[in-house]
Design a protein around this ligand. Structure first.
Ligand code: ATP
Length: 411
């Protein structure tokens, strides 16, 4: 059977992954076999999310009624019901639910009524609390099937320490990354010198190690020194797989969805207030703004090197008329020839146009010249993929160390 839970936490505390880990332990205590725990990330742009829009699915063998009772009891005990935005959902199903619902929940938007219609089938046990929105994530988690997957080992704090700062040996995370990258990733951001995998939010997570296999994340975890975790759980996950990205084209992008979009740079990048960098790309007559926000740090230096005419594929979420960049592919960034009016060969002043197809005329000494001044701007931007640093990466975004998206189908 599959057991799905979602929407148990609030900005003040709790975490659905922790609740999933506690539930897995309690089901084992009941004598059930818990085969796998899935950490299922859903559309990162839904407005109801607390942090990373995560839902949990446990795959277990045993009595479904008992599993459902234990799951509901655990949610009722641990979920933060005091928060308006916390609307838990619990689903237990012994038969597969439609995978299309999972895909829609990762790439688009779902209604609670759609989840309820799926859950109405015989043999599914479910309970929605308060406005029941959590049933969307719980149903999507049970319906999930990953085309690509990674692993995350999450370590959770002892509740008695929760109001204290997390005690971790920062250096050990750098040692761990050095010993296991690229088989693990996003433990630290080496360029910016920051530990990425330890949250700063008031939730039970101590740290999370992401990687390609259980053995690599365990190897990385064993190199970390910290306060003693209360509980650790290994999750199979759709994190780091680009499951949220769809092929898109400018002029046909839907609000709150995430895309791979081909286009040609249509304006020079501009650094605005707060250090955010923006530029336009176009395809035919359609244009869209792309943004590299300040937290993307050095990625903005790549973006600033773009020039009109460069051919790109950009990846990111479309929100309020703007694509928020997660990564980009520079297909071509040719040397740029800039033409402008030349200096007068007689008096040295800059001449002006004498009219269409009439060359240039010096306003000072009236002498004429025919050819514009041409300057070649050679480019330091090499073709290839560029990504935001680990500190700015979204959970679902596939790091380039795992491979890059196929480009041919997007051009
Ligand atoms: P955390 O990751 O810290 O556990 P969260 O960021 O996952 O928290 P939730 O508290 O689970 O946030 O809130 C997300 C809410 O949005 C849930 O009720 C979930 O059912 C709902 N939801 C998730 N994906 C979609 C979607 N694609 N369309 C509509 N609702 C969604």
């Amino acid at each position: 059977m599959r057991i799905g839970i979602d929407d148990t936490d609030s900005p003040a505390g709790m975490c659905t992954t922790y609740l999933g880990a506690v539930l897995a332990a309690r089901l084992r205590d009941e004598g059930m076999l818990v085969d796998r725990a899935l950490l299922v990330r859903l559309n990162p742009n839904v407005i109801w999310k607390t942090r990373g829009n995560a839902a949990i699915c446990l795959e277990a063998s045993g009595d479904a009624e008992t599993a459902f009772a234990v799951a509901c009891r655990t949610v009722e005990e641990l979920a933060d019901f005091s928060c308006d935005m916390t609307n838990p959902g619990v689903v237990v199903s012994q038969s597969p639910l439609p995978v299309e619902f999972y895909r829609k929940a990762v790439q688009g938007f779902c209604e609670t009524a759609e989840a309820l219609a799926i859950l109405a089938q015989e043999g599914v046990l479910f309970r929605g609390y308060k406005n029941c929105r959590g049933l969307i994530g719980a149903t999507a988690a049970v319906a999930s099937s990953f085309d690509d997957s990674t692993w995350e080992l999450l370590a959770y704090r002892d509740p008695s320490l929760r109001d204290t700062p997390r005690t971790v040996d920062k250096e050990s995370f750098f040692v761990s990354e050095q010993a296991t990258f690229p088989h693990t990733w996003d433990t630290v951001d080496t360029v910016n010198g920051v530990v990425v995998c330890v949250p700063h939010t008031p939730d039970p997570v101590l740290f999370g190690i992401r990687g390609e296999s259980p053995s690599w994340v365990r190897k990385a975890r064993d190199l970390i020194s910290s306060e003693r975790p209360l509980l650790e759980q290994l999750f199979l996950t759709n994190q780091g797989t680009d499951a949220h990205l769809m092929p898109g084209s400018i002029g046909h992008l839907r609000e709150g969805c995430s895309y791979l979009v081909p286009g040609r740079v249509a304006s020079c990048p501009v650094t605005g207030r707060g250090g955010h960098v923006s530029f336009l790309i176009s395809e035919g007559a359609e244009t869209v703004r792309c943004m590299a926000y300040e937290p993307t740090k050095g990625f903005r230096d790549i973006v600033r090197k773009l020039l009109p005419g460069d051919i790109l594929i950009v990846a990111g979420s479309y929100k309020q008329g703007t694509i928020n960049l997660e990564k980009l592919f520079v297909r071509s960034a040719p040397d740029h020839v800039r033409e402008r009016a030349p200096l007068c060969p007689v008096c040295g002043k800059r001449v002006t146009s004498a009219g269409r197809n009439k060359g240039f005329k010096c306003r000072s000494c009236s002498s004429r010249s025919h050819l514009p001044e041409r300057t070649t701007i050679s480019r330091s931007l090499q073709p290839g993929w560029y990504e935001v640093p680990p500190t700015a990466r979204r959970h679902l975004a596939k790091p380039l160390c795992r491979g890059s998206p196929p480009v041919e189908s997007h051009i």
